[in-house]
Structure formats: structure tokens, C-alpha cells
Ligand binder design. Structure first.
Ligand code: IPD
Length: 273
């Protein structure tokens, strides 16, 4: 018997809240930190403990399901994403925010079936905002339905992006020149520090677009369905469909904004995950 998406969503919400309690508890304490691919790519013991907790709670309920987790994906290892029901987890998106006691840090839990994201929860335990969506049922922040902005001109828009974790000089130079052109063409650019929070903000009408190069599927799978259910377009920054393994994304509140933003960007190519 097919399980309704609402049941998966409720489970994801319960698990995200439990995981959020652990994050919240650790947020106000001294944090340990290790680095991954660069000195700006940080992981803490809390990231690892929270991912284990989320996987064990979901596994108990859905023993045949698969998992893609930020901390359990070995560095440089290809992501094995199949048609099977797969929970895609970022235990703490915005780890640098977490480490530096900036509240925009969240637990992300998404579910894909046939490689389509069908459920997403982004829970910010410090601010108390919980974004959620399931395919076809709209997007919510706590109990409030959310929708994207109606602005159609880039020069009347705010765009969110991130410098990301790479400290490769060429990559950074390209990202900064992109920011320069977007600032010139808009009301401004913001960097909040979490891909998932960025998408949820634009999903709620706070800003008109978000783009980033260098992210991974766990950073934006859960937020991606929240974004599209709020009426946003999730695309490749060069236009066309988003590819969750290509390490780049553009979320725009409408096609007009996407069409004005895309040509301003030098599109960075990463090896697919
Ligand atoms: C990071 C955040 C950040 C983005 C990085 C991500 P993490 O995720 O989403 O905003 O710029 O590309 O890796 O490491 O905090 O889970």
C-alpha cells in the first residue's frame, strides 16, 4: 500500500524537531570544529551526532529506505541516488553560522522517490521557524502558507548568494565578479550563510532570487521542494532544469527574474557529485 506524502511529511517534521533540540542545546555551548575540503569547510561533532540521530529515527520507521547524508558521504565519493525512496539529510546547514553563533542554521530533511523530491522540511531551531512542503500541497512556514515575490524586474530585486566553502582563488574571483554584476543590476546582494535558509527566504517573498555554485544535493533538496511549492522556479543557473548533482542552482521567483539574472553570471562547472 502506498504511504501518503502527508505521513512522510509528518515523520520528517517530528524527526527534524528532535534533531533541532540537539542543535539548539549545542548552539549555546563551546563548539569543537574540524575542517573538510578547505579551512572554511567546517564540521562539528554536533553535525555528525545529529545526522546519526536522524538516520536512526527514520530507519526505525522505514527500514527499506535509503539515505544520502552530508556527513556520511565520504569526501569525494560519488553520491548514489537511485529511484528508491531516499532521505536526503543535512544535519546542520549553515555549519559556519552554527559555529559562530549566528541563528540562521537549520536541520534539512528531504525525501525523494523516483529521484523527484516529494517532501522537504527545513527547521531553524534557534529562530523557531519550520519550513515544510510536500509535492502538490503548497509550502508553509510554521502554519503560515508562503509564496514567492511577484516582482518581475531585477533592478527592483534583492538577490541572495553565497561565497561558499571553496577557497580556490579562481573560483572565488569568478563568484566575486558575478556578485559585482548582480549588485550593479539590482537593489543588492545578500549572503545569509545557509543555502537552505536562502531558498526558504526567497520562497517566503524575502528577496527575489538565490543562486549558488559549489553546493551539494543535501544543501538544497529539502529547501528545493519548499521553494517550488511556494511558486518559485528551481533552475540551472545557465537556464533549463536543475540537476541536483551538478553542484549549482538558481532559484527565481519567476521566469522574468531568471531570464535577467542568468546572463549576468559566469557559470562555474564542478564535477558532478
Ligand atoms: C553550506 C551552506 C553554505 C553554502 C555552502 C554549503 P553546510 O552547507 O549551505 O551557505 O555556501 O556551499 O556547503 O556545510 O553548512 O552544511
Amino acid at each position: 500500500m502506498d504511504i501518503p506524502l502527508s505521513e512522510y511529511l509528518n515523520t520528517a517534521l517530528q524527526v527534524a524537531v528532535k534533531a533541532g533540540e540537539v542543535v539548539k542545546d549545542a548552539f549555546y555551548k563551546e563548539k569543537d570544529q574540524k575542517t573538510k575540503e578547505s579551512y572554511a569547510d567546517i564540521v562539528t561533532e554536533t553535525d555528525q551526532a545529529v545526522e546519526k540521530l536522524i538516520i536512526s529515527l527514520l530507519q526505525e520507521k522505514y527500514p527499506t529506505h535509503r539515505f544520502i547524508g552530508e556527513e556520511s558521504t565520504a569526501e569525494g565519493k560519488k553520491v548514489e541516488w537511485t529511484d528508491a525512496p531516499t532521505w536526503i539529510i543535512d544535519p546542520i546547514d549553515g555549519t559556519a553560522n552554527f559555529v559562530h553563533s549566528i541563528p540562521q542554521t537549520c536541520v534539512c530533511i528531504g525525501l525523494s522517490i523516483n529521484k523527484q523530491i516529494v517532501v522537504g522540511v527545513v527547521h531553524l531551531p534557534i529562530t523557531g521557524q519550520t519550513y515544510s512542503a510536500s509535492k502538490g500541497s503548497g509550502a508553509y512556514c510554521n502554519d503560515q502558507k508562503i509564496t514567492v515575490s511577484k516582482v518581475k524586474e531585477l533592478k527592483k530585486s534583492v538577490v541572495i548568494t553565497e561565497a561558499g566553502n571553496s577557497r580556490d582563488p579562481q573560483i572565488l574571483a569568478t563568484k566575486m565578479s558575478n556578485v559585482h554584476r548582480v549588485v550593479e543590476a539590482s537593489h543588492g546582494v545578500r549572503m545569509i550563510g545557509s543555502a537552505a535558509v536562502n531558498l526558504c527566504m526567497v520562497a517566503s517573498g524575502s528577496g527575489e532570487a538565490y543562486y549558488e555554485y559549489g553546493i551539494h544535493i543535501w544543501d538544497f533538496a529539502a529547501a528545493g521542494i519548499i521553494f517550488t511549492e511556494a511558486g518559485g522556479l528551481l533552475l540551472d543557473p545557465a537556464g533549463g532544469e536543475v540537476d541536483f548533482l551538478s553542484r549549482r542552482v538558481m532559484g527565481a521567483c519567476n521566469q522574468e527574474i531568471a531570464d535577467q539574472l542568468s546572463p549576468l553570471l559566469n557559470h562555474i562547472e564542478f564535477e558532478r557529485d
